[in-house]
Design a protein around this ligand. Structure first.
Ligand SMILES: [Zn+2]
Length: 417
């Protein structure tokens, strides 16, 4: 059966070492190269859709997470606070929202800045029981593709619709096939903040955003601060989990006393929309490794081209071509050890998208015989043309396939008559 843990080992993507700890995998160079390309794509997608990126630390003072409600409502999923002195305790954060609320609060805000989209690919920690941990799909140290939009209440509908569009674009680019949409609602019990009116309003906004989309309702799956749209995936073993999410939060803006100056000069409370386009890098890759069976699309393949000189006579030509490929932005290797047949089989085992065979004739003529991963070997072509062909396939899948959203401040009141 396809299992990302087995493929991760075979393809040298990541390693789980008991000495490092369960649920704390280490990304090896091949896995890191693929992840780097995906991060670059996501960051660029976000930049083009009006997000501003920040960096914030994965550790913060206890008081920050008391204020955010995490210690009151989410402590079971967190590592215990660390006491460093009599009056100082630190917490490994279980979410990025508290820091992003501080970004909003860092200075006065005007309605003209809204929606303000703050994005970060940031580290966070969840205290998962060791029994549920496995490979990359369930981990304790999480690198989350996260963003928080601070907007006026009347902007929420449009913002959620735009986020759904971005999620669709990212899924199409990466090869994610969602198993379904879920509207996650409150369930019985006391583990939720906020009043009924807030919850009803947030739920109605999300239902409107889902008009025309098939979805199921999941009582008890909401965040402690609000309902959410979850986009589910199913792994090769049939286990369902959430990859992408959009969450409405009226509570944190209250707790952090966030406000902006409206066009009439009054102070207003923004709404906070939490969203992740592709979830954590760990869960995303657990899924991508399985769905592609390790054969990633060229643009995020760890190695995109392996050059195979037929014998020592082409060593210089291969090194020269590898240099040109690196300069063109490609991830390339030269494999010169062993029989040509064994090297071709090894590159195929590693799911490398392009092999380039260099015999005496190719070296003399400045050509290359390409073998694409999923089709027949091509006749030799000028090396520059071969590199251009691969470079084209290696481009990040941008620009966006939909019109760019433009920040639209809420309409100003009509001028006085
Ligand atoms: Zn959040």
């Amino acid at each position: 059966m396809i299992d990302h843990r087995r493929l991760g080992r075979e393809l040298d993507l990541f390693v789980s070492d008991p000495l490092a700890g369960a649920g704390l995998p280490i990304w090896l160079p091949a896995g890191a190269a693929a992840r780097h390309a995906v991060e670059e794509y996501v960051r660029e997608l976000e930049r083009r859709s009006g997000h501003q990126h920040v960096y914030s630390p994965p550790l913060g003072k206890r008081e920050l997470f008391e204020l955010s409600g995490h210690l009151g409502y989410f402590a079971d999923d967190m590592f215990p606070p660390m006491r460093v002195s009599a009056d100082d305790e630190f917490v490994l954060r279980p979410a990025l929202c508290p820091h992003h609320a501080l970004v909003f609060r860092a200075r006065g805000r005007s309605y003209r800045e809204l929606p303000l989209r703050i994005a970060e690919l940031g580290g966070m920690y969840r205290s998962e029981r060791s029994g549920v941990l496995g490979g990359l799909s369930r981990v304790r140290a999480i690198s989350l593709n996260d963003a928080h939009t601070f907007c006026a209440p009347e902007q929420v509908g449009e913002e959620v619709a735009e986020i759904l569009g971005l999620i669709r674009a990212a899924h199409a680019a990466l090869g994610v096939r969602p198993a379904g949409f879920r509207l996650s609602l409150r369930g019985p019990g006391e583990k939720y903040v906020g009043d009924d009116a807030q919850w009803a309003r947030a739920e109605e906004l999300l239902r409107d955003a889902l008009a025309g989309v098939a979805y199921v309702e999941a009582p008890g799956e909401a965040a402690f601060y609000g309902p959410k749209i979850d986009i589910q995936i199913v792994d090769a073993a049939g286990r369902e989990s959430t990859l992408s999410t959009i969450q409405l939060d009226f509570d944190k803006p209250e707790r952090f006393d966030l406000s902006y100056t409206a066009s009439d000069g009054s102070r207003r409370r923004p709404v906070m929309v939490h969203r992740s386009l592709v979830g954590s890098m760990e869960r995303l890759f657990a899924y991508l490794i399985e769905v592609h069976e390790g054969a990633f699309p060229t643009w995020y393949a760890p190695v995109q081209l392996v050059l195979l000189p037929v014998d020592d006579g082409q060593a210089d030509a291969a090194a020269d071509l590898a240099r040109r490929a690196v300069d063109a932005g490609l991830r390339v290797e030269v494999d010169a050890a062993g029989s040509l047949g064994a090297r071709i089989r090894d590159a195929a085992r590693r799911r490398v998208p392009y092999l380039g065979v260099l015999g005496p004739r190719e070296a003399a003529a400045g050509t290359l015989a390409l073998r694409p991963r999923n089709s027949h070997p091509l006749p030799p072509m000028p090396a520059a043309e071969a590199l251009a062909q691969i470079t084209h396939q290696a481009q990040l899948p941008l620009p966006l396939p939909f019109p760019l959203p433009s920040p639209s401040p809420p309409p100003s009141p009509p001028p006085p008559a």
